[in-house]
Design a protein around this ligand. Structure first.
Ligand code: MV4
Length: 500
C-alpha cells in the first residue's frame, strides 16, 4: 500500500480523504492557499505546506507547485478530490512523469471522458444507450440543421469540452438553431478553450440518475448502485439520495450492468460515476465523472463501502476489496448540501465567520465538514459548510431522520441553506419521490414554506442560550465604551489613560 498521500484539494473533501488515510495508517500531506491557513484540513494533516495566493490558478491549480511539495515530502500518491485538478489529464500525466501515483484513472481515460462527443462515440461502440443525437461535433449551421431535423425538436446544443451545464442551449425550432449554435460555441470557447458542440434530443423533465463504479487494474469492475441527484439549482446539486425512488430491482440491475460495461470498455481504473438521464421509463448515458464525487457518502451509507479506501487500494496496485456479489444495498440514504448562502435571497453566498457550529448526531447521521466554531469561511471558493447525510431502513425513515438532524443543526454567524432543506423535506412531491431536474421551478410554494419555517423558531438553536460569543462581544464592547468614557473624563480633567 502507498504510505504517504498528498491531498491536492481543500475543505471537507481534503478532510474526508485524510480520514481514510489515517484509518489505513497512510501519512497525509496538505497543500494550502493563503486563504486557507486556518482551515481544518491544514490542521488535520501530518504536515501542511503553503503553495500560494487565494486564487486557485495560483494555488490549487498550480501543478508544478503541488508536485514540488509531493517530491519534497516523499509522497507516493496524490489524491485530487473533486473539482480543481481532479479530471485534468495534464496533471495525471505530470504525476506519471514524476513517478507519483495519481489517484484516479489514466491521463488517457481522463482526456477521453473530458471530450463528451468522443465519450458518446465510445458508448455507441460499447452498446451503451446514449441520448439520440450527434456523435461528432457539428461543423456548420447547415450540418446542425440537418442533424436537428433528424433528431426532432426540441434539441439541446452542448459543448463537447466541458460539463456542468455551461454553454448548453435548448432549441425549440429550426428558426432558433443557428443563433443557439453561435451562443454555445462562443461560451464553450471562452470557458473551455474548445468551441466544439454536439446536439442531443432535449428531454423536458428528466431525472438525473448516476451509478457509482469501482475498477482495479486486474480487470475487476463493480457497481455500488445508483444515486438520484435530480434536486439541483443552476446545475448545482442540492440534495442527493440512494437508492433512486424511480428504479425497481430489475432496472437497477440492468443499468448497473450497463455502467460496468461502460467503465470496462474504456479501461477505467479507480472510482467513477456513470451519469444517466431517466425519462419515461428509458435511460440514456450522459457522461462519466472520472473522480470521487461530492455525493459519494450516500453510496457509502447504503453499501458500507469506503470508496476512498478502494481508490487508495487501486492506486497501490491492489485488487478491489469486494466483488459484485459482495455488494449489498441496504436501506436509504439522503444527503443535504449545507451551503453558506441565503436561500430566501436568491441563494446569495454568505461567507464569513461561523460563530458557532453544533452538528447533529445520533443514529444514522454523518456530517462531512471542513469547518469548526470560530472558523471564517473565505469568499474565494465554493460555499459548502457541510454535507449532512442520513441513513434509514427505508426512505420514509431517512426523511424523518433528516428532519430531526436539520432541527438539531446549529450554525450561527452566517446564513445557511438549512431552511431550504427543511422545506424540501416537508414537500409532498419530494416525500412521494416525484423528482426531476426542474423540481424547484415546479415548486414555487417552497419559498413560502421556507419563510414559515425560518420564522417559526422550530430549531434547537433557538432554544439554546444566546450565543456565548455574542455575550462576550457585548461585554468587550461595554468595557471599551466604559474606557472611552473614562478617557473623555480624563481629557476634561487633564489626566491621561491608555486603552489596552
Ligand atoms: C440534458 C437535459 C435534457 N435533455 N440533456 C444539465 C447539466 C448536465 N449534466 C446535463 N444537463 C441536462 N442535459 C438532454 N438531452 C437537461 C439537462 C438539464 C438542464 C439543461 C439546461 C438548462 C437547465 C437544466 C437543468 C437540469 C438539467
Amino acid at each position: 500500500m502507498i504510505e504517504k498521500v498528498l491531498v491536492a484539494n481543500r475543505g471537507e473533501i481534503a478532510v474526508r480523504v485524510m480520514r481514510t488515510c489515517r484509518e489505513l495508517g497512510i501519512g497525509t500531506v496538505a497543500v494550502y492557499s493563503e486563504a486557507d491557513k486556518e482551515a481544518l484540513f491544514v490542521k488535520y494533516a501530518d504536515s501542511a505546506h503553503p503553495i500560494g495566493p487565494a486564487p486557485a490558478s495560483q494555488s490549487y491549480l498550480a501543478i508544478e507547485k503541488i508536485l514540488a511539495v509531493a517530491k519534497a515530502t516523499g509522497s507516493q500518491g496524490v489524491h485530487p478530490g473533486y473539482g480543481f485538478l481532479a479530471e485534468n489529464p495534464d496533471f495525471a500525466a505530470a504525476c506519471e512523469d514524476a513517478e507519483i501515483e495519481f489517484i484516479g484513472p489514466s491521463a488517457q481515460v481522463l482526456a477521453l471522458m473530458g471530450d463528451k462527443a468522443a465519450a458518446r462515440r465510445e458508448m455507441v461502440r460499447a452498446e451503451v444507450p446514449i441520448v439520440p443525437g450527434t456523435t461528432e461535433c457539428v461543423a456548420s449551421a447547415e450540418e446542425a440543421t440537418a442533424a436537428a431535423a433528424d433528431i426532432g425538436y426540441p434539441v439541446i446544443v452542448k459543448p463537447s469540452g466541458g460539463g456542468g451545464g455551461i454553454g448548453m442551449t435548448i432549441v425549440e425550432n429550426e428558426r432558433d438553431l443557428a443563433r443557439a449554435l453561435d451562443t454555445s460555441q462562443a461560451i464553450a470557447t471562452t470557458a473551455f478553450g474548445l468551441g466544439g458542440v454536439y446536439i442531443e434530443r432535449y428531454l423536458p423533465h428528466p431525472r438525473h440518475i448516476e451509478f457509482q463504479i469501482l475498477a482495479d487494474a486486474h480487470g475487476n469492475v463493480v457497481h455500488l448502485g445508483e444515486r438520484e441527484c435530480s434536486i439541483q439549482r443552476r446545475h448545482q446539486k442540492l440534495i442527493e439520495e440512494s437508492p433512486s425512488p424511480a428504479l425497481d430491482e430489475e432496472t437497477r440491475a440492468r443499468m448497473g450492468e450497463v455502467a460496468v460495461k461502460a467503465a470496462r470498455s474504456v479501461g477505467y481504473r479507480g472510482a467513477g460515476t456513470v451519469e444517466f438521464l431517466w425519462s419515461e421509463g428509458h435511460f440514456y448515458f450522459l457522461e462519466v465523472n472520472a473522480r470521487v464525487q461530492v455525493e459519494h457518502p450516500v453510496t457509502e451509507m447504503v453499501t458500507g463501502v469506503d470508496i476512498v479506501a478502494e481508490q487508495l487500494r487501486v492506486a497501490s496496485g491492489l485488487a478491489l476489496s469486494l466483488a459484485q456479489n459482495d455488494v449489498c444495498l441496504r436501506g436509504s440514504a439522503i444527503e443535504c448540501r449545507i451551503n453558506a448562502e441565503d436561500p430566501l435571497n436568491g441563494f446569495v453566498p454568505t461567507p464569513g465567520r461561523i460563530t458557532g457550529h453544533h452538528p447533529p448526531g445520533g443514529t444514522g447521521i454523518r456530517v462531512d465538514s471542513g469547518v469548526y466554531s470560530s472558523y471564517t469561511i473565505p469568499p474565494y471558493y465554493d460555499p459548502l459548510i457541510a454535507k449532512l447525510i442520513v441513513w434509514g431502513r427505508d426512505r420514509d425513515e431517512a426523511i424523518a431522520r433528516m428532519k430531526r438532524a436539520l432541527y438539531e443543526y446549529v450554525i450561527t454567524g452566517v446564513k445557511s441553506s438549512i431552511p431550504f432543506h427543511q422545506a424540501v423535506m416537508e414537500n409532498p412531491r419530494f416525500v412521494e419521490g416525484e423528482l426531476g431536474t426542474h423540481f424547484l421551478e415546479r415548486e414555487p410554494t417552497l419559498w413560502d414554506e421556507m419563510r414559515r419555517i425560518a420564522g417559526s423558531g422550530e430549531s434547537l438553536g433557538s432554544r439554546l442560550p444566546r450565543r456565548t460569543h455574542e455575550a462576550a462581544r457585548i461585554a468587550a464592547m461595554a468595557a471599551v465604551t466604559a474606557m472611552l468614557h473614562e478617557d473623555e473624563r480624563d481629557r476634561i480633567t487633564g489626566e491621561s489613560t491608555t486603552l489596552t
